[in-house]
Design a protein around this ligand. Structure first.
Ligand SMILES: Cc1ncc(COP(=O)(O)O)c(C=O)c1O
Length: 506
């Protein structure tokens, strides 16, 4: 007889963990508050979990209660159309790209886009041209995108390896002329680009602008936060409600700008693409959660955002006093394409504290203070704060970071060290979809320089690639991946989970 498998323990472990004093500086934005106004009157999920029964409409062909709900949501946002997403921003990004660019066409994409955008491009067989963010060198973080860099790519054929089109092809207008521009603003770290300037450039050249504002769902509800891309001329905007607002994981929105219809956005294609990328059994619990979140944010939540901004200002003031650890702050606005900064992201650099990596700082915060960060890079950590964060929670973060900084300052040896946080512009040998269909073989990572990668390699989070399939691995890229591996950062995308080997084209 086979040995019985061990009992499943996910929900037990979750229950235990969520009752502990571990404090979440990560998504979802409701921060597991069951005592808060926004959750107090929400029914037990089991009691409202239905399917498309009479009177409750169908998300994929909404014409009743869901249509009314989404039209109401659009009026809250000032959008022409708002669609509820229950497969996260991921499905919104994928639908927007597939609807805006014909199969086999070309897209101009910010290189620091989330992997969901790359996967959509691969699925639709697109050629990708890239526009690169500047780098905030002091922090080793990505800065913003410049409108003039977007414009350059819209008026010139592909002519450099940075461009993205395989071989830098200049044959045929249709090869290089993008049908849409896709950018991410804010970044995972809260960096906002000049979206208005980029939208003007796009419209001057007759192409729609899609903005992945997954991390900026709170922007429309607080004057102390950056202006949402929706108000700045972007044609399609995607929001992850669950990242920064009190909403269930997986809930998100796709908005279409009023005046983008029909010129810059084709609703029929979008709705078809959403049918492709969303489950055919959308959860009524999640959809009710979306509606509840927007209703709250349009009323009491807006006032809570003001109180949250005050709590946040207090935390940031404390963190500005750190001596070796350094807070990403508004003094970076105006540098490296940083047009604005979402101050709800607490990004702390360890660059001044030589021997401390981002992963080590996150570990100290977890182990000694029971504070869980959203992510860590080679030499920084990022905490997500939202209106659901209590005064006490923010104070715990402030006190922990200040104490660690004090200890580091008193320690004898502290040299500033720059660890790899690079943004590469690898030469493209083949589009992603072509590389993915070629035979691959594994080679040791250390010997992979000069080969064409058959795999995407990225840290998750943030999920922006170091390389994608079809790109040539350079020595610098290989060294960076090896360094990430040594720092025990979450290197993903490879079949070999240890990152000891990478599959390359044979
Ligand atoms: C910039 C960006 N876009 C899109 C996504 C996907 O969002 P979701 O988790 O809501 O599917 C993420 C996820 O972290 C992201 O960081």
């Amino acid at each position: 007889m086979e040995e019985p498998r061990p009992q499943p323990r996910l929900y037990r472990q979750l229950n235990e963990y969520c009752r502990s004093d571990a404090y979440p500086f990560h998504m979802p934005g409701h921060k597991r508050r069951t005592d808060a106004y926004f959750t107090a009157d929400f029914p037990n999920p089991y009691s409202i979990d239905i399917t498309e029964i009479d009177g409750f409409d169908n998300l994929h062909h909404a014409e009743g209660i869901l249509r009314e709900s989404m039209d109401w949501a659009a009026s809250v946002y000032g959008a022409g159309r708002t669609c509820y997403l229950i497969n996260g921003s991921t499905c919104g990004v994928q639908a927007a790209i597939c609807a805006a660019v014909p199969r086999g066409g070309t897209i101009l994409m910010a290189r620091n886009s989330h992997m969901s955008a790359y996967r959509a491009a691969a699925l639709a067989g697109l050629n990708i041209r890239y526009v690169y963010p500047l780098m905030l060198d002091d922090f080793g973080l990505q800065g913003g995108l410049l409108p003039q860099d977007v414009e350059k790519m819209l008026i010139s054929p592909a002519d450099s390896p940075r461009d993205g089109i395989a071989g830098g092809s200049t044959d045929g207008v249709s090869d290089w002329k993008p049908s849409a521009v896709f950018i991410t603003s804010p970044t995972y770290d809260g960096v906002v680009s000049d979206v208005r300037g980029i939208a003007e450039v796009c419209h001057r050249h007759g192409v729609p602008l899609i903005v992945d504002e997954a991390h900026g769902a709170h922007f429309p509800f607080g004057e102390m936060f950056p202006v949402s891309a929706l108000a700045l001329g972007a044609d399609i905007v995607i929001h992850s409600l669950h990242k920064t607002l009190p909403a269930f994981t997986q809930t998100a929105l796709l908005h279409v700008r009023e005046s983008a219809l029909p010129g810059f956005a084709d609703l029929e294609r979008l709705e078809y693409a959403l049918r492709v990328f969303q489950t055919s059994s959308p959860s009524y619990v999640l959809m009710a959660g979306i509606e509840r979140c927007i209703e709250y944010m349009a009323g009491e939540g807006r006032r809570e955002m003001e109180r949250f901004a005050q709590r946040l200002a207090g935390l940031r003031e404390d963190l500005r006093r750190m001596r070796l650890l350094r807070l990403l702050d508004r003094d970076s606005v105006g540098c490296a394409g940083v047009y604005d900064l979402d101050e709800s992201k607490i990004v702390v650099s360890t660059r001044g504290a030589g021997n401390l990596s981002g992963a080590e700082l996150a570990e100290i915060l977890r182990r000694d203070y029971h504070l869980e960060m959203e992510m860590c890079g080679a030499d920084y950590v990022t905490a997500i704060t939202t209106l659901a964060d209590s005064e006490e929670g923010l104070a715990r973060l402030g006190a922990a970071l200040s104490e660690i900084d004090e200890r580091l300052t008193n320690a004898a040896e502290n040299r500033a060290t720059n660890r790899p946080n690079a943004m590469f512009a690898p030469r493209v040998a083949l589009p992603i979809h072509e590389a993915q269909s070629r035979p691959l073989c594994p080679v040791p990572m250390e010997e992979a320089a000069g080969r064409i990668s058959g795999e995407a390699i990225y840290l998750y989070p943030p999920g922006t690639p170091v390389v994608v399939p079809g790109e040539i691995l350079t020595q610098e890229i290989v060294d960076t991946i090896c360094a990430y591996r040594e720092l025990r950062l979450p290197v993903q995308g490879l079949r070999d989970r240890t990152a000891a080997t990478v599959r390359v084209l044979m």
